[in-house]
Design a protein around this ligand. Sequence first.
Ligand code: GCW
Length: 701
Amino acid sequence: MTRFLLLFLLVACTAKADDGYRLWLKYDLIKDAAKREEYARSAQFIAVTGNDPILTSAANELQTGLQGLLGKTIPVVANAGTRTGGIVLTVAGAPQADGQKGAKEGYSITKKTANITIASQSGAGVLYGAFALLRQLQTGQSLNGLSLVSSPKIQHRLLNHWDNTNATIERGYAGESLWKWYELPATVDPRYRDYARANASLGINGTVVNNVNASARFLTAEYLEKVAALATVFRPYGIRIYLSVYFPAPKVIGGLKTADPLDPDVKKWWADKTREIYKLIPDFGGYLVKANSEGEPGPQDYGRNHADGANMLAEALAPYDGIVMWRAFVYKADANADRFKAAYEEFTPLDGKFDKKVIVQVKNGPIDFQPREPFSPLFGNMPKTPLSVEFQITQEYTGFATHWVYEAPIFKECLESDTYVKGKGSTVAKVVDGSLQGYKLTAIAGVANTGSNRNWTGNPMAQANWYAYGRLAWDHTLSAEDIAAEWIKMTLTNEPKAVKTITGIMLRSREIYVDYNTPLGLSRPWAGVHFAPEPWQEKSARPDWTAIYYHRADSIGLGFDRTATGSNALAQYSPEVQQKWNNVETCPLPYLLWFHHVPWTKKLSTGRTLWDELCTRFYTGADSVSWMQQQWAQVKPAIDPEIFADVTGRLVTQQKEAIWWRDAWVLYLQTYSRQPIPAPFKKPERTLDEVKNLVHIYQLR
Ligand code: GCW
């Protein structure tokens, strides 16, 4: 009777709809009883010596995970003694794989003796190992002869939150900020711990909790206490807190007359403030700065340069183990300049001038997180200054929380790009992980897509982007496909056919988006909201905030000439890269309009003219969303009904909007190309004015 009741409860619990809260740490009971038994034989106890809080987190996580996966409570013991058949967690001189930098956080998992041993030189490493072991179980791997050795290739693996004091998130599409500033530090939402667990499961070891368009309030005593409360929750998960700083804070909250980085009072203010922070948060990670960028103040306001500003903060951090992450996202409002070139022009002259505690944070591309960009020419060209790469996980330019775009291919494309600065194989990944130019400091940043929505990311499929970023931050050699399959198995289903189908959708999703949104190297066809199509937008406070600045459509053709006959931005790259991209005949099609102004009638390598090729992309891109819908419909039996319905709904909207994008582009460009829509495509059912009006309505307040 009791057994029956238990079974009933178990079934009732597992049948409950999934709200997505548990992310990839679901730990649902493994259905295959034989498999469960096999795992259980190797997980009869968890032995952990000492009371390092991070080791305790590792033991707790293993216990929680095994409880769910195996349906058994596995005891945590202080010492394995002579017992066998368990999991031993140990901080010791563990064997290390490549990547000396990450050695301390690396782990090994071995099942040579009678126990599974998870070893690392640090508690954090053991925690990462514990998650790796759970991942083995979650994805159905065998434990026989298990031998895993893994070290992070990059030291500082961060999420950047663009969260404000009033709970809004700049470019956030999943609700409000996770941080409830108004109730901290007295009330500590249990969700903060789950946030830390999710990040630790990927190896993310740092988080910048506030927006780079920073409020000075974060540096007030009132807010530092709140930040310290978060740090207390994150610490047992190996996660350090960083803050974005408002450069003129010494004036705004310090009462000084200036924020000049060379002024002694300003330096003292930052030194005192930094001491105050470390008193509250002894493992504080450091500062992230957006300065002299998009109207944010900075050292240039005082006739100083970026290095002066960054070095002043580095000096304040000198007594502590903290760093300065200084962003290179800068561009001046100059109609005749090419925004593409701005960061390189401002930063390369400063190479070698930065303090050793400074790392310059560079967006993956030269413009701004477009669905496809060439890699930033800064990579490789600042050999004496550590550079980190900043990716955008939140989908500012890839359809917010509606469009399903798996971003690992975007991240990989940049990381695998060859800068050729030291010959073939000088990839961006090797610049960033320090192996190419010997950087002592290495870091990677991803702009978070999390929010207060129950499922964290709004679109359940966007969880995969958080996941993929974290996995690649740890090991950039992992493939987009493997990461997708792993995430699906842990999050959605283990059913092989469904895993394959969903992986297939994910791997094509970015290309599909690019096809209906910005094919062949188009970029930034939007105005204010960064969502609705507005390729016709020609008025703005700055020329580089219009759409026409980027695509340059005219009666002859389309695209931005960045060769020697145009802005010559290409000259910022190595000769080998220039050679790849500067010939309109051989430039790969994904980058064509990034670098060339191409005549409408020009025959491309596909055999079609530019106009016909564009139409083909816009139409097949939009049609492919129907393909995504069909594929998704097939996996219904394998997916939780709540998640299935949620994604199905979003795909309906995506399809409608893909057609909106297609119509907007083709009708607008047609006013320049003066050519018909090629067969077999049918011309849009609406007029250009009607589409323009749609955007107008979209933007009404
Ligand atoms: O992508 C742009 C965004 C801004 C953002 C800026 C940046 C935080 O539109 O919202 O500001 O980049 O990265 O600083």
